[in-house]
Write a protein that binds this ligand. Structure first.
Ligand SMILES: CC(C)(COP(=O)(O)OP(=O)(O)OC[C@H]1O[C@@H](n2cnc3c(N)ncnc32)[C@H](O)[C@@H]1OP(=O)(O)O)[C@@H](O)C(=O)NCCC(=O)NCCS
Length: 179
């Protein structure tokens, strides 16, 4: 399958090992990881291990990942993670979307534009039926993206994760193909 996606302002391309130094530059920044499940990378070896994991999960069709390019610069990453196709006799065809954008490029609608394109790709090319998303309660920018993209809130999860000694609630949303 061709995983390349182009939008009005962005190109989305699956990560490759040759992206290691550019991704390390971005993923070593402390200020994007406050609400993320990983910490800023301390060495490029960590970034290489992460890229390797992303490629592996994509090959196994357990996750789909795209570097977000704006005018030849990588500015962030958007992923479909936790892809679940089937459980026993149930068909699920669901995934969770996640994203981050480098602080230098935030506030210009790029996360919304990239995520919109990934939702369309997920429904049309990957035959997903449902895509979910969660944001930490204090993550106002991510909340706004969920609203702008037409996600419907379905749950408020208390103390969903602990980071740096503090518990955070998560708000969960879903979007269903064709609805
Ligand atoms: C969340 C994140 C991806 C947003 O990226 P972005 O490219 O700036 O997002 P967009 O410009 O597409 O949309 C952000 C929207 O939130 C709004 N916003 C920004 N900060 C906000 C805040 N503190 N409270 C409420 N709304 C806020 C913006 O005004 C914009 O809405 P608008 O288009 O109606 O003006 C980026 O801040 C980021 O990478 N954060 C760190 C990682 C992260 O938290 N990822 C999400 C995990 S759920």
């Amino acid at each position: 399958m061709n995983y390349k996606i182009d939008t009005a302002r962005l190109s989305l391309r699956p990560p490759q090992m040759i992206d290691d130094s550019r991704l390390y530059q971005l993923m070593s920044q402390e200020d994007i990881t406050t609400f993320l499940s990983w910490d800023a990378h301390q060495s490029i070896e960590t970034t290489r291990a992460v890229i390797s994991g992303l490629i592996e999960s994509q090959n196994a069709e357990k996750g789909y990942h795209w570097c977000i390019y704006h005018q030849d610069a990588i500015i962030g990453l958007v992923s479909l993670i936790d892809v679940r196709r089937k459980i026993r006799t149930w068909t699920l065809n669901r995934a969770e979307v996640s994203y981050w954008i480098s602080p230098n490029f935030q506030g210009q609608g790029f996360a919304t534009e990239a995520t919109q394109a990934v939702l369309e790709f997920g429904f049309s090319k990957l035959s997903l039926h449902k895509i979910i998303i969660a944001h930490a309660v204090a993550n106002g920018a991510s909340k706004r993206i969920c609203e702008k993209l037409g996600f419907e809130k379905y749950a408020h999860e208390h103390d969903a994760f602990k980071k740096e000694g503090q518990w955070h609630d998560l708000v969960w949303y879903e979007i269903i193909k064709g609805k």
